[in-house]
Design a protein around this ligand. Structure first.
Ligand code: CP
Ligand code: NVA
Length: 305
């Protein structure tokens, strides 16, 4: 049977994303042991650190009856000790699936190309689809649906913003991405989102947070400096001045606005302690839902294998 990967929400139809969300909601309410991964071995190859993604996937694999194996950057040295195609062809002969977190999205694509087993993108410089699936589930839980929700993303046009553009356009969420001019999301991904939204959702870019937050049902933010960009931290702090999600900004939004952040947060930079700990914040619900959406992704890719 042809393998299926989970590299980007681009590769999944709207009804499949809905199915994944509903499966995750079902898994959250029913914690019986499942044997979908019985006898299956899944390796995690991570070039960067992780709490949520690594732990939720390892726990999910365990719950589904499988066995997980974590390989950090020091062991694998992706592309340094050995090429990505060589590594993944060898791994394909030992394990049944790979969950990979890389700097370059090209490495994820190469893994998918050269492996005979499913590859799950656990974050690359371009996308973080696992996170956005959990976020969509969280919005559905809190607001009853995703269609018609107004989401304002404030911050860097990064992997989270890219996956959000695709997820929102597919699920009928109106999305406004607010960034400083030099930190906009990639034009190609914005255009793709506009194309597939097909009039069902609005896809907009903006540069001034306080001018757009009043329409938000959900305000979303992420770090200004992503993993691997630490050298740029100083200039980024200057560029993102005025993009902090703080009480002054939230006061301009609707009374029942929800605040989301994929975590980890750089508290005091893109978001204040006060807002993370506020009644508007649902950041820990998002984090929790990584577990159930991780289970759903694994079940979906491995149910017929
Ligand atoms: N949100 C997220 O992916 O967190 P980790 O980097 O801790 O996995
Ligand atoms: N944009 C962040 C997301 C972390 C989950 C990063 O890539 O570091």
């Amino acid at each position: 049977m042809k393998k299926r990967d989970f590299l980007s929400l681009r590769d999944f139809e709207k009804n499949e994303i809905e199915e994944l969300i509903d499966l995750a909601i079902q898994y959250k309410s029913n914690r019986e042991t499942l044997n979908i991964l019985k006898g299956k071995k899944i390796a995690l190859i991570f070039q960067k650190p992780s709490i949520r993604t690594r732990v939720s996937f390892e726990v999910a694999i365990n719950r589904l009856g499988g066995f997980s194996l974590y390989l950090g950057h020091k062991e694998v040295q992706l592309g340094i000790r050995e090429t990505v195609p060589d590594i993944i062809r060898v791994m394909s002969r030992y394990v049944d699936g790979v969950i990979a977190r890389t700097f370059s999205h090209k490495d994820i694509l190469q893994m998918a190309k050269y492996s005979s087993i499913p590859i799950i993108n656990a974050l690359s410089d371009l996308f973080h689809p696992c996170q956005i699936l959990a976020d969509l589930m969280t919005i559905k839980e809190k607001l009853g649906q995703t269609k018609g929700v107004n989401l304002v993303y404030i911050g860097d046009g990064n992997n989270i913003a890219h996956s959000w553009l695709i997820g929102a356009a597919k699920m009928g969420i109106n999305i406004t991405i607010v960034t400083p001019p030099a930190y906009k999301p990639k034009e190609e991904i914005v255009n793709y989102a506009k194309d597939i939204s097909n009039g069902n959702s609005l896809v907009e870019l903006h540069e001034v947070p306080k001018e757009v937050v009043s329409k938000a049902d959900v305000i979303y933010t992420d770090v200004w400096t992503s993993m691997g960009q630490e050298d740029e931290a100083y200039e980024r702090k200057k560029a993102f001045y005025g993009f902090r999600v703080n009480r002054d900004l939230i006061n301009l939004a609707k009374k029942n606005v929800l605040v989301m952040h994929c975590l980890p947060a750089h508290r005091g930079e893109e978001i204040t302690d006060e807002i993370i700990e506020s009644k508007e914040s649902i950041v820990f619900d998002q984090a929790e839902n990584r577990l159930y959406t991780g289970e759903a992704i694994l079940s979906y890719l491995f149910r017929d294998r």
